[in-house]
Design a protein around this ligand. Structure first.
Ligand code: SAM
Length: 605
C-alpha cells in the first residue's frame, strides 16, 4: 500500500509542494473549496484544492474521486485514471466513482491519437472493474493489457513470440511461464472482455491449437479454469481467431465423438471445454442433454455448458415474443437484415450505466437498435418515466438486446422488428429519436432520415451517427483489398483476412484505424465487409439538415476536447464550417463516426 500511496501523492503533484498554509485544513474543507471553485468555473484552482485533499487524506475515496473527476473535466483522462481506480479500490460500490471511472475509461479507449498513462493501472482495481457489470469492460481492455504485459510470465512468452516464433512461445507459456495460466487478471480479462492485443491473440491462438492437437485438455495442459476462460473469450469474440484445416477437421471429429457419447448418455468431461474453444456449446448435436441425461464430469466444462445453454434458450424464447411492426422494405433492407441475423452487432458484454438525465414522461425511438447497447444506455439515461421503443430489422439482434435489457432490469423499453422505411404510417411521434450507425447502411440514407424526421415532434431532438468520408479512408482501402482478393463475408473469409492483416500482408492502416472493432467477428464484418455503406462529409450533412428543415445542435465529443479544437479555428460549437476545417486538420477525429444532435423547430404560430 505504501507504494500506491506515495505514487498517488506524486500524482497529486503534492510530494514536493508545501501545503501553502492549508496544512491545517481538513481534507473535507479542501474538497469543499475545490467544489466551490468549480462552481465558479475556476478549474485550475479547484484542481489545486483537490490535490491538497488527496495530500491530506490519501486514503479518502471521495478525495480521490474529486481529483480524478476534475482531471477528466480538464481533458486529462490519462492522469485521471489512477486516482479514480484508487477510489474504486477503496469504495467499489460507490456509484459516482463507478460512473466517473467509466467515463474516463471511455475517453482513454476512444481518444484519437491515444492517451498517455502516467502509471500502470493497479491489478486489484482492474479485478474490481471486471467484477462490476455497471462498467463497460471493453473500455478497460487496453488498461488490462498494459497490466498483463508488465507481468514477467506474459512478458517472457511474448518476447519468445517476437524472437523465436509461435511454437517456442507456446512452449514457454506451458512451461516456465505456466504460472500465468493461473493469473486471476488474465482469467478475468479473457472471460469478461474481447481481447484487443494482437500479440496476445497470436499467442493464444497457438496455445489453442496445441491444446487440441496434443489433447492437452485431458492432461498436462492448462488448468481447467484457464481453458474455460479461453472458451469464454472465444465465445465473446465469436470464434474470430484463425484456425487451420487440421484444426477444423479435429474439431469436427471431436464433435462427432461428443455427439455419440451424448446420444448414448455416456459421461463427458473436459472435451466439452475443448469444443467450446472453437464452437458454441449449444451447436453440439444433443447439447440439451449436457448436465442432465449426460453427466459432465469436469466442473468447469459443466458450468460452461450450463451458461451457454441458458443464454441460447433465453434468446430463443425472447425472439419468439418480439412483435413485428412493419415488413422489410426492399432488397437492401433484406440484405442488411441477413447480415445482422447471421452476425448481430455489437456483441457487448457490459455497460457503464449513465445517471438519468430526464425526469419526465418522454417518448423515445431508437431506430436501428442492433443488439441494444444504445437502447439499454437510453433506458437508464432517459429515466424510469421514459417510454422507449427500440426497433431493428434483425430478430437475432433484438433477442440479444431484449436479454440484456432484462439482465439490467429495465422496464421502460419495448423492442419490435421494423424497417425505418415502414415507420411513416406509424401513429406515434417522439420527443427524441436516436439513430446511430444506421442511415449509412440504407439504400437512400436521406429517405430514411426523412421518414424519421416525420416521426419527430416539433421541438424534438435527434441524435444521429454517420460515417465520415475522411476518417474512413483507411477502411476504404481495406474494403478495396478485400474486393481485390475476392474474400467472401463468411466466417472463414473474415478469419483469413484478419490473419493476413495481423501478419502484415494487407495495409496495416486498416488495423490502426479499426482499433477495437477488429477483434470480434461481427465487429470485423460490420466494419469492413458490410453489404451497404455510404459515407458523409460535413457539408453534405449541412445540406441534408437544410433539406429536412432540421437545426444542427452539437457534436458529441468530450467538452474539453471540443473547446480545445474550436479554439484552434476560432469557431462556435454549432458552426459546421468551423468543424469542417477542424476535421481537415484532424482527419481521424470522427473515426468512430460523426455523432451529433439536431432539432426540429417548434411549429410557427
Ligand atoms: C451498425 S448497427 C448499429 C446498432 C446500434 N445503433 C448501435 O449503435 O449499437 C446497425 C443496425 O441498423 C439496423 N438497420 C439497418 N437498416 C435498417 C432499417 N432500414 N430499419 C431498421 N433497422 C435498420 C441493422 O439491422 C443493424 O442492427
Amino acid at each position: 500500500m505504501a507504494s500506491i500511496r506515495s505514487s498517488l501523492l506524486d500524482l497529486a503533484g503534492a510530494r514536493n509542494r508545501a501545503p501553502s498554509g492549508t496544512d491545517t485544513l481538513q481534507a473535507d474543507e479542501a474538497r469543499r473549496r475545490g467544489q466551490h471553485a468549480l462552481t465558479q468555473g475556476k478549474r485550475a484552482e479547484a484542481l489545486d484544492w483537490f490535490r491538497q485533499a488527496v495530500l491530506l487524506a490519501p486514503d479518502s475515496a471521495a478525495a480521490l474521486r474529486d481529483l480524478g473527476r476534475c482531471l477528466a473535466e480538464d481533458g486529462r483522462p490519462g492522469e485521471a485514471t489512477a486516482p479514480l481506480m484508487a477510489a474504486l479500490e477503496r469504495a467499489p460500490k460507490d456509484a459516482e466513482t463507478v460512473r466517473a471511472l467509466g467515463a474516463v475509461a471511455q475517453m482513454v479507449a476512444t481518444r484519437q491519437g491515444g492517451v498517455d498513462l502516467p502509471r500502470l493501472p493497479s491489478v486489484h482495481a482492474l479485478l474490481e472493474v471486471l467484477d462490476n457489470d455497471r462498467l463497460d469492460h471493453g473500455h478497460f481492455a487496453m488498461l488490462c493489457i498494459a497490466a498483463l504485459r508488465a507481468m514477467p510470465g506474459l512478458a517472457s512468452a511474448l518476447a519468445a513470440l517476437a524472437r523465436e516464433g509461435l511454437d517456442a512461445a507456446v512452449t514457454r507459456l506451458l512451461g516456465e511461464s505456466a504460472g500465468m495460466l493461473r493469473d486471476p487478471l488474465l482469467i478475468h480479462y479473457l472471460a469478461r472482455t474481447v481481447n484487443l492485443d494482437p500479440d496476445l491473440e497470436r499467442l493464444l491462438t497457438g496455445l489453442r491449437r496445441r491444446v487440441l492437437s496434443d489433447g492437452l485438455y485431458r492432461r498436462n495442459g492448462p488448468p481447467p479454469a484457464f481453458l474455460a476462460a479461453m472458451a469464454r473469450q472465444c465465445r465473446n469474440n465469436e470464434y474470430v481467431w484463425y484456425e487451420d484445416e487440421a484444426e477444423t477437421e479435429a474439431v469436427a471429429a471431436l464433435a462427432e465423438d461428443l455427439a455419440a457419447r451424448i446420444a448414448a448418455n455416456r459421461k463427458v468431461g473436459a472435451e466439452v471445454s475443448a469444443y467450446a474453444l472453437y464452437r458454441p456449446v449449444e451447436t453440439l448435436p444433443g447439447a440439451q442433454s449436457l448436465g442432465r441425461r449426460t453427466p459432465v464430469t469436469d466442473a468447469e466444462a459443466r458450468r460452461l455448458a450450463a451458461e451457454a445453454l441458458k443464454t441460447a434458450a433465453e434468446e430463443r424464447r425472447l425472439e419468439r415474443e418480439i412483435p413485428t411492426m412493419t415488413p422489410l422494405s426492399g432488397a437492401i433492407s433484406a440484405a442488411v437484415a441477413r447480415q445482422y441475423e447471421e452476425n448481430p452487432y455489437p456483441r457487448w458484454l457490459s455497460l457503464t450505466i449513465p445517471s438519468p438525465q430526464w425526469d419526465r414522461e418522454v417518448d423515445v425511438l431508437i431506430a436501428g437498435c442492433g443488439t441494444g447497447k444504445q437502447a439499454v444506455t437510453a433506458g437508464f439515461a432517459y429515466g424510469a418515466r421514459a417510454r422507449i421503443l427500440a426497433i431493428d430489422l434483425s430478430r437475432a439482434s433484438l433477442a440479444y438486446a431484449a436479454r440484456m435489457a432484462r439482465h439490467y432490469g429495465l422496464a421502460n423499453l419495448r423492442f419490435a422488428q421494423a424497417d425505418i422505411l415502414g415507420l411513416e404510417g406509424l401513429e406515434r411521434s417522439f420527443d427524441v429519436i436516436e439513430c446511430v450507425g444506421v442511415l449509412h447502411h440504407m439504400a437512400d440514407p436521406l429517405e430514411g432520415w426523412r421518414v424519421l424526421a416525420s416521426r419527430l415532434k416539433p421541438g424534438g431532438l435527434m441524435r444521429i451517427g454517420l460515417y465520415s468520408e475522411r476518417a474512413r479512408q483507411p477502411i476504404v482501402a481495406g474494403r478495396a483489398a478485400i474486393a481485390e482478393r475476392g474474400i467472401p463475408p463468411t466466417e472463414a473469409g473474415i478469419r483469413r483476412f484478419r490473419r493476413d492483416v495481423l501478419a502484415g500482408t494487407v495495409p496495416l492502416g486498416v488495423l490502426a484505424a479499426a482499433s477495437s472493432d477488429f477483434f470480434a467477428l461481427s465487429d470485423t464484418r460490420d466494419l469492413l465487409f458490410h453489404v451497404m455503406e455510404h459515407r458523409f462529409t460535413i457539408p453534405r450533412i449541412a445540406e441534408c439538415l437544410a433539406t429536412l428543415g432540421l437545426e444542427f445542435g452539437e457534436f458529441s465529443l468530450p467538452r474539453a476536447d471540443a473547446d480545445r479544437l474550436l479554439a484552434e479555428v476560432g469557431g462556435e460549437p454549432g458552426d459546421l464550417e468551423a468543424w469542417d476545417e477542424i476535421e481537415r486538420r484532424h482527419p481521424q477525429l470522427f473515426r468512430g463516426m460523426y455523432q451529433f444532435t439536431c432539432r426540429k423547430p417548434e411549429m410557427r404560430r
